[in-house]
Ligand binder design. Sequence first.
Ligand code: SAM
Length: 237
Amino acid sequence: MAPSETERFWDERARENALFFVDDRLDYSAPNSEAFWRGGDEALDQILSPLETTVSSGDTIVDIGCGVGRMTRALASRAARVIAVDVSSEMLIRAREHNSELENVEWIHGDGTTLRPLLDESVDGCFSHVVFQHLPDPEMTLGYVREMGRILRPGGWAAFVVSTDPEIHRLPLLDRGRARLRTLARRPQQAKDHSAWRGSSVDLDALRRAAHDARLDVERLLEPGSQFTLILCRRRP
Ligand SMILES: C[S@@+](CC[C@H](N)C(=O)[O-])C[C@H]1O[C@@H](n2cnc3c(N)ncnc32)[C@H](O)[C@@H]1O
């Protein structure tokens, strides 16, 4: 799938119901925005604590796939500066609106595969939450891992979530016919049958190789074989 198609998919989701498609545990018809924003801090702790990592007050952190800025807001309250990247310009419009009071955040429209225009060895930390599991091709996730190795300063860290459970990304044969019917009927959640939502899992050996090539050591890897595998990498000197 071309990056432009990924962008079109997420732009449509942002227009349709941005909060729900960022956190689909919310009620589609009436997403609770208070719970949504509170969830950013909670999710940040749920990722960083088991990985035994903290954001320091002087850090510059990159939030990959920032959506409407739920995790960005939580990161911005702990770091000196956050660079929030997303492929969807419609998500970014809403992120700026919702977070207009944040003075230490830079919003960047990414190309969907790289972290350009960020410079080599320019940031202290990289973070990504429920993004890579939606990428239709695991090579895109591995590309982002290499990019994290490029932009992190030596000693910098990357904390992120990937899916390592191939099963959850498969659409059962029976459902394929239903998916077409839902598309015809334009049901609100038809998007979940799209490959840009269903995403892909990554192979952990391939991830370790990509990390190694990008001068990253995989320091921690929790919940392998699940949709929410937590990974901590450290940039070698
Ligand atoms: C489920 S939302 C998660 C948003 C945010 N990380 C959070 O947890 O609140 C997934 C986000 O990833 C973005 N995204 C999808 N594919 C991307 C890609 N190839 N590169 C960058 N962002 C991408 C989408 O536009 C969307 O904003």
